[in-house]
Design a binder for this molecule. Structure first.
Ligand SMILES: C=C(O[C@@H]1C=C(C(=O)O)C=C[C@H]1O)C(=O)O
Length: 259
């Protein structure tokens, strides 16, 4: 089959563009705290009577619409609120079956949700309210979906690594040895490459583009302030959250790989 460690890493590299751009777009708006008040609205139909935040309402209803057009048929996509989805009205498409069925359902959506709102969002937005609530919620959705796709792609990474050397993985899986699996899936040199590259992407994508080219003053700090999202923040978000969560997905997938 055409899936290799190189091809899955290429996917993750391309997905970095989507993630960095989505953070830059979200950073256009201030934090906009009214979106995150947990008791702003009532959940519809079966959840009637329970309260939820405006952003949760936005994501639930958006996923429902997207599912109609076929989201989540592709095994690369994992919803945040699977219980709300409706049947697709698009013609079926035969997505290639790469994942091991018993392990494909590994899912850290709840963790991604809370990490995004508690740990990530406050680090790359400024405080304040500007009233652009729907645009801000749409930007949150874009960030959440890009992060979810990247992190859940750990299932594909794990599948490739397993197929490349089952003899290394099978004893650790049988022993349910998470530490051994963590050592097997980890490549520190690759992680450093990824973190440096996303930092660079944040610098390249997030600078102001102008047509006047003043003489280079040699003062590299003069452009620093112009970045829309601080590149060092993106480096840390990847190192502290995105990569560790991807590896948790890899390990949880592998633990089910022989079921
Ligand atoms: C995804 C991989 O597995 C691990 C996770 C990485 C990541 O999330 O970027 C990078 C290297 C590995 O430690 C990989 O090997 O590419």
């Amino acid at each position: 089959r055409g899936i290799t460690l190189e091809s899955v890493r290429d996917f993750l590299t391309r997905e970095e563009d989507t993630i960095v751009f989505s953070l830059i777009e979200r950073a256009k708006y201030p934090y906009n705290s009214p979106l995150y008040n947990p008791s702003s609205c009532l959940k519809v139909d079966k959840w009637f009577g329970n309260s939820c935040s405006l952003v949760e309402l936005f994501v639930r209803d958006s996923e429902r619409v997207q599912a109609k057009i076929g989201s989540y048929q592709n095994p690369e996509e994992v919803p945040f609120f699977p219980e709300d989805l409706t049947w697709p009205v698009v013609p079926p498409y035969n997505f290639s079956k790469v994942l091991y069925p018993a392990a494909a359902s590994v899912n850290v959506s709840d963790t991604i949700w809370s990490v995004y709102f508690k740990e990530l969002l406050p680090q790359f937005t400024v405080e304040g309210v500007d009233g652009n609530f729907a645009s801000t919620a749409a930007s949150d959705l874009a960030c959440l979906q890009a992060l979810s796709r990247r992190i859940h792609y750990g299932r594909f990474v794990a599948e490739v690594k397993f197929r490349d050397s089952p003899q290394d993985y099978i004893p650790a899986i049988r022993a349910k040895d998470r530490d051994a699996l963590m050592k097997l899936v980890t490549s520190e040199s690759q992680e450093e490459i990824v973190k440096k590259r996303v930092e660079e992407k944040a610098a390249v994508f997030g600078q102001d583009v102008t047509l006047d080219r003043p003489a280079d003053t040699g003062d590299s700090n003069s452009s620093r302030a112009a970045y829309k999202v601080d590149p060092s923040v993106v480096y840390r978000l990847y190192g502290d959250w995105v990569i560790p969560l991807t590896k948790i997905v890899e390990i949880e997938y592998l633990l089910r790989r022989l079921d």
